[in-house]
Design a protein around this ligand. Structure first.
Ligand code: NAD
Length: 292
């Protein structure tokens, strides 16, 4: 069935996601602060206008503060019974607060952050991790199936964001471990290709080694082969590690490796040359800063 969809936040991720919904035959009205055009998507003059009369409103915004501001505009504009799906990566508290406001206004709400990056967004192969009621998830699922290849209903409101930040804490920690091991291997005179051949089929293997190898010319194509242009930017990794540490703090969880990864990415992005680089550029960072 064709649905009327409002899509707010048409950036690197939201743009291609909205285009895929339009391509699948849905009636998509978009809004972004920036002046953008997306194939097949009608543009509205405000977020509230894009949300008005929609069966489903999807947001794909930079952070929790912006999500809260946009939610305050669109929730009152939406029809009762409509579904509000936030796909941004935000803090668990913002996700829960926005879901509660939506439900109090008679809407269904889902937090559904994604993994898969801009390639997954344009290819329609994202993974969605969702939090919310069964009814809300069921409403959003056909749209997840267009924009992605997998959608996991993780639990109640906030559960999608919880899964996302736990995943990305592992990702940040593992990337650092992979990069420092390559830098050590260099110092030990070990060939990088041999290092890859061994580790990618031994117990040190991981997504960062096998699918997104930080060493140029080794393993499958990755941002390392493109001068470390993102890909997944180091400052977005830092954002996600801050979210996991913030969540750990408020849930009283002990995450020492996550804390260290956050500190290293903060140093890299804020005091070194990591801003604008892919998060795998930790490898040249370790090379440059080794003791000689
Ligand atoms: P982006 O900066 O390219 O897009 C965000 C868009 O939101 C921009 O176009 C911006 O103009 C718009 N925007 C900001 N404030 C707005 C407002 N008040 N009203 C309307 N539009 C507004 O970022 P992105 O890469 O598309 O990421 C979006 C979200 O997805 C982030 O939460 C990010 O953490 C998450 N994410 C990104 C990736 C990735 O690889 N880029 C992967 C997974 C998740």
């Amino acid at each position: 069935r064709q649905m009327k969809i409002g899509f707010i936040g048409l950036g690197n991720m939201g743009g291609p996601m909205a285009a895929n919904l339009a391509k699948a035959g849905h009636d998509v009205t978009g809004f972004d602060m920036a002046d953008v055009t997306i194939a097949g998507v009608k543009m509205a003059g405000s977020a509230a206008e894009a949300a008005k009369g929609a069966d489903v409103v999807i947001t794909m915004l930079p952070n929790g503060q912006i999500l809260r501001a946009v939610a305050a505009d669109i929730i009152p504009a939406m029809d009762k019974g409509a579904t509000f799906v936030d796909c941004s990566t935000v803090d668990v508290d913002s996700a829960r607060a926005v879901a509660q406001q939506a439900e109090e206004a008679g809407l269904l709400a889902v937090d559904a952050p994604v993994s898969g990056g801009t390639g997954g967004a344009s290819g329609g192969t994202l993974t969605f991790m969702a939090g919310g009621s069964d009814a809300a998830f069921a409403k959003a699922k056909p749209l997840f199936d267009i924009m992605g290849q997998k959608a996991v209903h993780c639990g109640a409101a906030g559960a999608g964001q919880s899964a996302k930040i736990c995943n990305n804490m592992i990702l940040g920690v593992t990337m650092i471990a992979t990069c420092e091991a390559f830098a050590l291997a260099d110092k030990l005179g070990l060939d990088r290709q041999k290092m890859f051949d061994v580790v990618s089929t031994s117990s040190g293997y991981s997504w960062t080694m096998n699918a997104y190898c930080p060493a140029p010319g080794v393993g499958p194509q990755s941002p390392a082969d493109n001068d470390y242009k993102p890909g997944f930017a180091a400052d977005l990794m830092l954002k996600d590690l801050r979210l996991s540490q913030q969540a750990a703090e408020s849930a009283d969880a002990d995450t020492p490796m996550g804390a260290l990864a956050q500190a290293l990415y903060a140093q890299f992005v804020e005091n070194e040359d990591g801003k604008g680089m892919d998060f795998s550029a930790m490898l040249p960072r370790f090379e440059k800063r080794g003791h000689s």
